[in-house]
Design a protein around this ligand. Structure first.
Ligand SMILES: C[S@@+](CC[C@H](N)C(=O)[O-])C[C@H]1O[C@@H](n2cnc3c(N)ncnc32)[C@H](O)[C@@H]1O
Length: 329
């Protein structure tokens, strides 16, 4: 998924840096990905650590992580479920079709894809209600639907606006594909809470923080994914059909410093790593001043090109910082 702030391209840097600080062998460590988003960071550590604790405020992110991180055993018949869902007779009504298709005037999906999303979403719920599938399978199928519908969404990449005309990818029929996860010998936990509330209830060794760093609220930019994941009834508002959404303190310039400090203060983790852009609300020196109150501080950085570019230090390149403390517990 093309996700704002995704750490997909930074995974080697993160893994190397974390090992450099904590040590090569992470097999007895509990690793928490507190602002997990698409789950790529937790996935990368899932089979190297004793336990991943993954969390995100947004429900769609919970669904993705519940599948990618908490699912540990193969799901019987998963290929068959995907096949059955793909070949259902597509019904000509449903919430997504009524509100987020060409027909509704909010062209997030082609009419057919919107109907197919509704048909599949209803069936997944029915399979769960009739106890035909396990909870693990339910989240595997829901995550598969979110990943697959994102590929045919008629947007520039996020859901804060739709395109007027159907782009090429959006004209294709949505094909439901399985959101494959790695099996694991260990158990992992996934939460859907505000980081600052969850922090007092958990403990571990490595806390990885990747909060938003500007005004862009994820609940607003990915509202359609929440709507498909939750599939509840509400009155869509305005041109984009937005729903009520969480307003994270990390997207508010006035309270971000205080929230960040509170998070560090209440963290029961020995090593804390923070990814933060040099274009964020908190400056590198603000972060250093806050973090060094709680332990031995270090700064690691890498030059990170947001878009494919062969020129160094162009406008398209930004410096990604990894701030580290070893906390005095
Ligand atoms: C920069 S993104 C994380 C990206 C993620 N590391 C990835 O690679 O996909 C920030 C995430 O923080 C989540 N978030 C924002 N405020 C939060 C809060 N107070 N508690 C928990 N999660 C929050 C957002 O929903 C978003 O998914």
């Amino acid at each position: 998924m093309n996700y704002i702030g995704s750490k997909q391209k930074l995974l080697p840097f993160l893994k190397d840096s974390i090992k450099q600080v904590v040590g090569e062998d992470l097999s007895e460590k509990i690793f928490c990905d507190m602002f997990a988003g698409t789950g790529v960071v937790g996935k990368d550590f899932k089979n190297e650590v004793k336990k991943v604790i993954s969390n995100d405020l947004e429900y769609y992110a919970y669904v993705l992580n519940r599948n990618y991180i908490q699912n540990t055993e193969g799901i019987e018949g998963k290929k068959e479920y995907i096949q059955v869902l793909n070949s259902l007779h597509v019904k000509e009504d449903g919430f997504i079709y009524e509100n987020y298709s060409q027909k509704s005037g909010r062209t997030y999906f082609s009419n057919f894809n919107a109907q197919k999303i509704d048909t599949i979403r209803v069936k997944i719920e029915e399979l769960k209600q009739t106890k035909c599938i396990s909870e693990d399978c339910y989240f595997f199928l829901l995550a598969s639907l979110l990943e697959s519908c994102d590929k045919v969404a008629n947007t520039a990449s996020i859901y804060s606006a739709f395109l007027k005309d159907l782009k090429k990818a959006a004209q294709q029929e949505m094909l439901l594909e399985g959101a494959c996860f790695e099996t694991s010998q260990n158990t992992h936990e996934v939460y859907n809470e505000d980081s600052n509330k969850l922090i007092s209830k958990i403990e571990g060794d490595i806390l990885y923080l990747d909060p938003p760093y500007n005004i862009r609220q994820y609940g607003s930019n990915y509202h359609i994914l929440n709507t498909i994941a939750l599939y509840d009834k509400f009155i869509p508002q305005g041109k984009t059909g937005i729903r009520e959404y969480h307003r994270s303190n990390y997207c508010k310039t006035k309270v971000v410093h205080q929230s960040f400090e509170e998070l560090l203060k209440n963290a029961n983790f020995q090593y804390i790593f923070l990814s933060y852009s040099d274009e964020g609300f908190m400056s590198a020196s603000d972060i250093k001043n806050i973090m060094k109150k709680y332990g031995k501080y270090e700064l690691l950085k890498t030059d990170y090109r947001r878009f494919a570019s062969h020129q160094k230090h162009t406008k398209n390149s930004t410096c990604e910082f990894l701030h580290v403390i070893e906390k005095k517990l």
